[in-house]
Design a protein around this ligand. Structure first.
Ligand code: ADP
Length: 167
């Protein structure tokens, strides 16, 4: 099993890439996005201006700038609208495409926040099930990524991940 759970601030992790739960502009926002932009420094926003935004479910890579992580993979999660508007498919695509992007850059470790579970309102339990399923499936096809960290920002989120992983 290459899936691990860690509780804390994702901006402090020394991994090859941390994933940002960004918005379509990629120019920063609240929650984990704001924390990552603050910790990476203003160079991140300058770099992102040239990326042309990002579509829901897709992912784009930038340097980590002042972060301990080498890279940031920015993905845009779905805004929860009741669950019947393609949200699970879009959320699964965020995890799958972020992992594939890390793998294509030959990165070995990647850490994910709970995409869409804050401001975007996705129910935490349903999102965690989508995340674990999508990552377990995608990890089978990955040739470089060896370690995936699910980052929980709260004790509840940590307990949820641990229960799903049977730990
Ligand atoms: P979204 O807009 O995709 O919902 P948010 O940033 O609002 O993104 O929330 C996504 C998840 O990230 C939430 O579970 C939130 O608690 C968590 N989070 C917020 N700040 C951090 C941080 N510094 N490190 C890790 N997780 C964080």
């Amino acid at each position: 099993m290459k899936l691990a759970v860690w509780r804390g601030d994702i901006t402090r992790l020394e991994v090859d890439a941390i994933v940002n739960a960004a918005n379509t502009s990629l120019l920063g926002g609240g929650g984990v996005d704001g924390a990552i932009h603050r910790a990476a420094g203003p160079e991140l926003r300058d770099y992102c201006r040239n990326l042309g935004g990002c579509v829901v479910g897709e992912a784009k890579l930038t340097p980590g700038f002042r972060l301990p992580a080498r890279y940031i993979i920015h993905t845009v999660g779905p805004i929860w609208r009741g669950g019947a508007h393609g949200e699970p498919t879009q959320l699964a695509a965020c995890y799958r495409n972020s992992l594939a992007l890390a793998d294509s850059h030959e990165l070995a470790s990647i850490a994910f926040p709970a995409i869409s579970c804050g401001i975007y309102g996705y129910p935490a339990e349903q999102a965690a099930e989508v995340a674990v399923t999508a990552l377990q499936q995608a990890l089978d096809g990955a040739s470089h990524v060896r370690r995936v960290v699910l980052v929980a920002f709260s004790a509840e989120q940590e307990a949820l991940y641990r229960r799903l992983l049977g730990a």
